[in-house]
Design a protein around this ligand. Structure first.
Ligand SMILES: *Cc1c(COP(=O)(O)O)cnc(C)c1O
Length: 427
């Protein structure tokens, strides 16, 4: 029997079901497919119309030629516009963040670029935190200017009033259209105050222009940080990371209100940046274990961080569970983070040589970029993920030659620690 549902989602005995209870079967009806308990992969490019009148009606809705009737359902047309695997996945994904709607993409970068092009226009200014993901940084600084869209960066650990002063003094405040954040910042784990940024956006909004706040929630979401609840308008995910969670696919997502997502999905149709049915199906499978994976990884990371903190060859660690020395960051953590997650960076005593020796001797932990998968990964930000940032900018961001970044997986934490111990012994 189908569950009863209101605008917040399905409920049972007067209680809304938690997201983890909805990931296995919500939005899929076994009668669509020979009573199979799981949704099949709808590996198809196009969908058959019952008759020409139906085809006409679907196109009228897809292209916004008329309003949808009260009882009318949007039908399937063509897999660039939508596909059952993507629709079911999008309907499940939105529960974690309490978003009205979601769209999935071929990659995190596809989600970011499509969202920015959908919601910005020539003359607009994007205020963004720094550092942000290398691809996003490149897109904002090198691609958007071709379309007359300017940007202004601020350091992730600046206070709200410092950001405001920077914006005022730039002379760009009048054209502010979006504040784009990545919190925690990669690889320093610096937190940005989402609520303060939402207030700044509000202050620069006018009756006919709302300044939007978009947050790349890849590092802590969708479990441990819910930016929409702190005033953000849009969320971005590289679903390649925790949501996919097995280092075996590339995908992205964008979530927000029905109204904003209509614009984003419209742009997706014309960019052709949607995910494939196969990727959609893989992500549905991943969502079933999202919570247990992320909780297990966060518990493991806590043990690994404790070990690193006390290690004589470690100069400093960057971990959200260890912010006691920084009350301003600790306050933001308490306001908007539900867990420290499983990303840890640390400075090894020495420089690149010591960092490389450590990385080259790891045996269980793999030396690779990316993060959020079931296996632990380690990398060297200064020469890998952040190598296209100038030395001066890296120094400014606090990314030294002696920094190592770890994404903690689901292995037994003691095995991860043992691997690190033998690698440190070689340094
Ligand atoms: C990986 C990553 C991206 C880009 O995602 P892809 O799936 O690789 O396109 C964007 N933002 C953050 C924070 C990331 O870690």
């Amino acid at each position: 029997m189908q569950l009863e549902e209101d605008h917040q989602g399905p409920h049972l005995n007067g209680q809304h079901l938690r997201p983890e209870s909805l990931m296995m079967s919500y939005g899929y009806n076994p009668e669509w497919s020979e009573m199979a308990v799981k949704a099949p992969i709808y590996q198809t490019s196009t969908f058959v119309f019952k008759n020409a009148e139906e085809g006409k009606a679907f196109f009228e809705l897809a292209y916004g030629l008329r309003e949808k009737g009260a009882e009318e359902q949007m039908g399937l047309i063509y897999s660039r516009l939508n596909n059952p695997d993507l629709e079911i996945l999008e309907n499940r994904l939105r529960f974690w963040d309490g978003a009205e709607d979601a769209a999935v993409f071929a990659s995190g970068m596809a989600a970011i670029s499509t969202m920015l092009l959908a919601l910005l226009k020539p003359g607009d200014v994007v205020l963004h935190s720094e550092p942000i993901y290398g691809g996003s940084d490149y897109y904002i600084k090198n691609i958007l200017p071709k379309f007359g869209i300017k940007s202004l960066g601020f350091q992730a650990n600046m206070t709200a009033s410092e950001v405001e002063t920077l914006l005022e003094e730039s002379g760009l405040a009048g054209n502010l259209a979006m504040i784009y954040l990545e919190t925690p910042a990669n690889p320093t784990n610096h937190l940005v105050d989402i609520e303060a940024c939402a207030q700044l956006a509000q202050k620069h909004s006018t009756a006919d222009k709302k300044v939007l706040v978009a947050v790349d929630n890849t590092f802590l979401g969708p479990l441990f940080s819910h930016p929409l609840k702190h005033g953000a308008d849009l969320l971005i995910y590289s679903a390649t990371k925790y949501i996919g969670g097995h280092s075996d696919l590339i995908a992205g997502a964008c979530l927000g209100s029905m109204e904003l997502m209509k614009a984003v999905k419209g742009m997706r149709t014309f960019m052709g940046s949607m995910a494939s049915p196969w990727t959609g199906w893989m992500l549905m499978r991943s969502l079933e274990t999202l919570k247990i994976r992320m909780e297990c990884q966060a518990r493991g990371a806590e043990e690994v961080a404790n070990y690193l903190k006390n290690h004589p060859k470690v100069e400093r660690i960057y971990y959200l569970g260890d912010l006691q020395d920084n009350p301003a960051q600790q306050a933001i953590y308490e306001k908007q983070c539900l867990s420290a997650g499983s990303m840890i960076s640390f400075d090894i005593r020495g420089g690149e040589k010591e960092a490389f020796t450590f990385l080259n001797h790891l045996r269980l932990i793999k030396l690779a970029v990316s993060l959020g998968g079931t296996e632990s990964l380690a990398e060297h930000p200064a020469s890998m993920t952040h190598s296209d940032i100038s030395l001066a900018d890296r120094a400014h961001m606090g990314i030294g030659e002696n920094m190592v970044r770890i994404s903690v997986g689901v292995e037994h934490p003691q095995d991860i620690i043992n691997d690190m111990e033998q690698a440190f012994a070689k340094v």
